[in-house]
Design a protein around this ligand. Structure first.
Ligand code: FRU
Length: 488
C-alpha cells in the first residue's frame, strides 16, 4: 500500500493491513531492531493472535516482514519477548547464536476453560523464519487463569536468564540457565501500585540514576487492563526499586502509583533486548491505543499503531525518581526546519507565530518562561470545528491535552476528553515538545519528565496550527517548528 489512507500514521509503525496490538519480542541483532507485534491478519478487530514482524536499521524506517509466529496445536500466540542466545544456552543453535522468543500459548478447551502457558520458538536466520521448540510449553501453572506475557532478560550479575510474567494481580519472577527449565524466584505486587485492571506485559531492567553508572536502580513496568467503570481505560505504571535475582523490592510506599504516560494511548509497552553496550540505551515502544475503544477507532484497512520509540532514563529531582522518556534521536533525520524563534512574547492579542503554516505532520519544540498567562500552549490539526490543544495550565501547574474537538470522537463516549498531569516549572520555565502525526499526538514536558500520548482523528484538511496564551502573557524563550518527512 501507499500508506496514504485517512489517519494512516506517517512516521509511526502501523501494519500494512489488519489488526495490531502489543509490541512483542523487541530485540536488536546484527544491525537490526526487530519489532514483532500481536497481529490478527484476518480482520481489523482482535482475533486469534499471531506475531507480525517488522525490522529497522534506525528505529525510524521500518520494513515489513512476513508473519513470524502462527497459532499451532498449543494455541494462539500471545505477547512475549525475544533475546539473543549468544552462547547457545538453549542448545538450539549447534554452538552458534540465534534469536529465542518466549511467549504465551493461549488456548480455550472444549469446556471453555482458558489455558495460558509459556513456550519458546527460535530463529537461526535473523528472525526471518522461526521453529517452535518441540518441548513446548516450558512453563505452566494451573493456579492462574491469567498467566502471560513473559519478558526474558539476561541477568548478567548471576550469569543466567531472568524472566517476569503477569499472573492476574501480580508479577512472577523466575530464572533459568537455558530458558527451558525455569525456577520460581518470587512474586511481586499483589498489594502494590494500581490494581484498576488485570496486570499484563511486565518488563524489568536496570537503569543508572541521572546517568551515573555507579548508581543503578531496577525499573519494573506493568500494564494494567481496562475496567468498565474507569474512563481512563488501560494504562501503564512503573515501580523503581532493587532486584537480587529473585526478588524485586519497591522503593516507594506500596500505595503510591507512578504512571509511565499520562495520555490515554500508550499501552503494553516494553523495551528492546540486546541493545549493544556501546550504545547503552534502554529503548521502549508501546501500543498507541487503549483497550477501552481499540476496536472502534475509525480506521478501515488496518487498526493499531506503535508510539515513537523512546529512550528511557531515571532522573532524580527533589528526592524523587522519575522514569523519563525521550523520542530516539534518530528521529531527527525526519526533520525539515520550518521556523525558529529565539525569543518572543505570547498573549491574547499577539500574532500567531505559526501564521501561514498548514501542516499535518510536524514537531514543535518550545521553552516558555512563565509570566501572568493562566494557560498557554498549542492548537494543532485545526480546521472546520476541529482543534486539539496541548498546553500548560499555569493556574493548576499541569500539562494537558484536550481532544474533545479533535475530529472524529463519537466512536466511544470516553474518547472526547481533556486530561491533565501535574508538572512543576523548572526555574520558572516549562519545556514542551510535541509530535503530531495523521492520528496521534505525543507530548513530552521538561525533557521527558512527563509524557502524554493520545490518538486523534482529525479531518485530513485540518492542518492549521497556532500558539496561544490566555488571560495574560508568557515569554517564548525559544520555539522551533519542524516538518517531519513521511517514513513510507
Ligand atoms: C495486552 C494483552 C496481553 C496479551 C495480549 C493478547 O494488551 O492483553 O496481556 O498477551 O494482549 O493479544
Amino acid at each position: 500500500t501507499a500508506f496514504k489512507e485517512t489517519y494512516r500514521p506517517q512516521f509511526h509503525y502501523s501494519p500494512p493491513t489488519a489488526w495490531m496490538n502489543d509490541p512483542n519480542g523487541m530485540v536488536f541483532y546484527e544491525g537490526e531492531y526487530h519489532l514483532f507485534y500481536q497481529y490478527h491478519p484476518h480482520g481489523t478487530v482482535w482475533g486469534p493472535m499471531h506475531w507480525g514482524h517488522a525490522a529497522s536499521a534506525d528505529l525510524v524506517r521500518w520494513e515489513h516482514h512476513p508473519i513470524a509466529l502462527m497459532p499451532d496445536r498449543h494455541g494462539a500466540i500471545f505477547s512475549g519477548s525475544a533475546v539473543v542466545d549468544r552462547r547457545d544456552t538453549t542448545g538450539f543453535f549447534g554452538g552458534g547464536s540465534g534469536l529465542v522468543a518466549m511467549f504465551t500459548h493461549h488456548a480455550t478447551d472444549a469446556d471453555g476453560a482458558v489455558s495460558q502457558r509459556q513456550s519458546l520458538a527460535y530463529s537461526a536466520d535473523k528472525g526471518r523464519t522461526w521453529t517452535m521448540y518441540a518441548g513446548n510449553p516450558v512453563l505452566t501453572d494451573r493456579r492462574f487463569a491469567d498467566f502471560r506475557d513473559p519478558k526474558v532478560f539476561r541477568d548478567e550479575a548471576r550469569d543466567r536468564w531472568g524472566m517476569v510474567l503477569a499472573a492476574g494481580d501480580r508479577i512472577m519472577i523466575y530464572h533459568s540457565p537455558n530458558m527451558i527449565d525455569w525456577t520460581f524466584g518470587s512474586e511481586f505486587g499483589a498489594n502494590e501500585g494500581s490494581h484498576d485492571g488485570v496486570w499484563e506485559c511486565p518488563d524489568l531492567f536496570e537503569l543508572p540514576v541521572n546517568g551515573d553508572e555507579t548508581r543503578k536502580k531496577w525499573v519494573l513496568i506493568v500494564s494494567i487492563g481496562a475496567k468498565a467503570d474507569r474512563p481512563e481505560g488501560s494504562r501503564t505504571q512503573y515501580f523503581v526499586g532493587s532486584f537480587d535475582g529473585e526478588r524485586f523490592a519497591n522503593d516507594a510506599p506500596p500505595e503510591s502509583v507512578s504512571w509511565l504516560d499520562h495520555g490515554r494511548d500508550n499501552y503494553a509497552g516494553v523495551t528492546w533486548s540486546d541493545v549493544p553496550e556501546t550504545d547503552g540505551r534502554r529503548l521502549f515502544v508501546g501500543w498507541m491505543s487503549n483497550w477501552m475503544y481499540a476496536d472502534r477507532t475509525p480506521t478501515e484497512e488496518w487498526r493499531g499503531a506503535m508510539t515513537l520509540p523512546r529512550e528511557l532514563a531515571l532522573r532524580e529531582a527533589e528526592g524523587r525518581l522519575t522514569l523519563v522518556q525521550t523520542p530516539v534521536r534518530e528521529l531527527g533525520a525526519l526533520r525539515e526546519a520550518a521556523l525558529r524563534l529565539e525569543g518572543g512574547w505570547l498573549d491574547p492579542t499577539a500574532a500567531n507565530p505559526f501564521e501561514g503554516f498548514a501542516l499535518d505532520r510536524f514537531e514543535i519544540e518550545a521553552e516558555f518562561e512563565l509570566r501572568d498567562a493562566s494557560e498557554f500552549g498549542f492548537a494543532v490539526r485545526c480546521g472546520e470545528g476541529e482543534e486539539t490543544l496541548i498546553g500548560y495550565d499555569a493556574a493548576n501547574g499541569s500539562v494537558f491535552i484536550d481532544r474533545r474537538r479533535s475530529g472524529a470522537t463519537a466512536f466511544h463516549e470516553h474518547f472526547p476528553c481533556r486530561h491533565d498531569a501535574a508538572l512543576s516549572p523548572r526555574d520558572g520555565r516549562v519545556k514542551l515538545r510535541v509530535f503530531v502525526d495523521w492520528s496521534s499526538i505525543e507530548a513530552f514536558a521538561n525533557d521527558g519528565e512527563l509524557a502524554m500520548t493520545d490518538l486523534v482523528f482529525p479531518a485530513p484538511s485540518s492542518r492549521g496550527l497556532r500558539a496561544y496564551a490566555k488571560n495574560g502573557g508568557v515569554r517564548i524563550a525559544s520555539l522551533s517548528l519542524y516538518r517531519l518527512q513521511s517514513i513510507w
